[in-house]
Design a protein around this ligand. Sequence first.
Ligand SMILES: [Mn+2]
Length: 359
Amino acid sequence: MNNNRIERVLAKMEEKNLTQMIVCDPMSIRYLTGIWVQPFERLYALLLKADGKHTFFLNHLFYIPKTPFIEVWYSDMDDYVGMIADAVDPEKPLGIDKEWPAKFLISLQERLPQMKTVLGSDCVDDCRAVKDAEEIELMTEASRINDVVIERAAAYVHDGITEKELADFIDAEYKKMGCSGNSFDTIVSFGPNAADQHHEPDSNAVLQDGQCVLIDMGCVWKNYCSDMTRTYYWKSVDDEQKKIHDLVREANEAAEAIIKPGVRFCDIDAEARKVINGAGYGEYWKIRLGHFIGQVDHEKGDVSPTNTAVAEPGMIFSIEPGIYIPDKYGVRIEDLVLVTEDGYQLLNHVDKKWKVLGE
Ligand SMILES: [Mn+2]
């Protein structure tokens, strides 16, 4: 159990006048308790109470060590929603995890029609957004591994390689480095395929001279994710590709340069957009600049024109501007950034200038 983290969540609940809340996202529960259960369709919930009397609802199938919480064990034949109804205070609002299945929530609402239910996940998600020292160490290591593996991948590119072959190489390297897996399916796209931002590596796409090689990849290291994108060029690069690459790199660096505590996310986004829009390429970049990351690749929080929240020390998010020209090519340059007490620190260190491979 992580008392610090639970205390932080209880403080957020107090701000929202919540005295009770259901947490069910297995990653949120692991974050608070250190316990990992994959419940699939079964009910799995931690009921947090302002008075510290937290209750864990567990199916006999779940195999976990003894916890410091009040444990309520149920079988598949029990009235488990009724057990939750007995444990909550129907006179007070109940915070609900955004991941709690409607089959449990609506059933509970039908039993306790007088009880108000409100979305409560922000209490946990806003804590998860600000990483503590242990998490920062794990995410720094996940990004260090990503730096090593992308350099190996760039060196592995050869004549006749397909997107799928390069993606498989990256995944195998992660395994060799001891990663438990990928934070998302590795993206490798050559030439025109790079205009498709979430392109799936194709076993028929063979690398041609002069094409760009966009690699967007992330591993999972001790439950924490990395995420980085670099764009390379095979055998040669033309002037237009160089110009677009430099623009994206400038947008990436301009945005990163202003990051420090107190800066609004919309203003970080605007720095990158100024560079790309100013050069007339705005129509080729229509998505947000970045996303938060932690136990999953995309966590609550983003770097976008509509997010007026401010950066705080300990937050980790991506900065990933791009220019995507349909039927031609795409360029994306992505780093993970950690907000420090007086500025920022990049978690990725791979060079961002355009680079020709195979020369
Ligand atoms: Mn990303």
